[in-house]
Ligand binder design. Sequence first.
Ligand code: ADP
Ligand code: 5GP
Length: 190
Amino acid sequence: MKGKIIILSAPSGTGKSTIISRLMQDESLCLSFSISATSRKPRGQEQHGREYYFLTEEEFQTRVDNGEFVEWEEVYAGTRYGTLESEVNRVVGAGRNLIMDIDVKGALNIKKRFGDDALSIFIMPPGIEALAERLRARATDSEETIARRLAKAEYEMGFSQNFDEVVVNDDLDTAVAEVGEKIRRYACGC
Ligand code: ADP
Ligand code: 5GP
């Protein structure tokens, strides 16, 4: 049996990673995380092959040239992120549901390519102020990076209606339950 693709997208700092790690603890959802490739350097405790496949810019380009990506985007100036076809086949082929944390453009491209085999969910922050607070509380980005991410957030929120589903992440437990329920209704177990 083939698994399905679950795409979660949201402005940076909304809580996608937090929601995904909570959902992955629920084995009945049969989720495996889609490990993207990126040309950025590891941050904090991140490990190659766990959060991302960390590639040099040259390695990333070689894989683009070889047609190995189902999608890739320059999410931030000079930094590229992409989903490898091998990653999709590895998980979906094993009958598990592949959960992706990707930017808005990448999400819409994946949905276009995989159609009914993918469910796209936009996670909405409760407001720009709350988003700014979360980015500061996370303490992983400089003020300059935070300002850039906030400016991009409003633009990205304009695409929410192009997604199959929208869930507001105000109270975390409620958001996790809502997303889990939507996945359960869309993709059966494995
Ligand atoms: P993203 O993956 O979307 O960039 P994160 O999952 O890293 O976002 O979350 C950003 C910060 O906001 C983290 O410090 C996280 O603990 C916090 N956070 C996530 N969801 C909520 C919520 N519902 N209420 C308050 N803080 C939250
Ligand atoms: P970060 O650098 O904070 O880990 O991630 C930055 C952004 O890149 C996030 O918005 C995340 O959703 C996006 N991203 C991660 N992997 C991919 C991918 O494979 N493709 C695309 N298009 N975006 C990705």
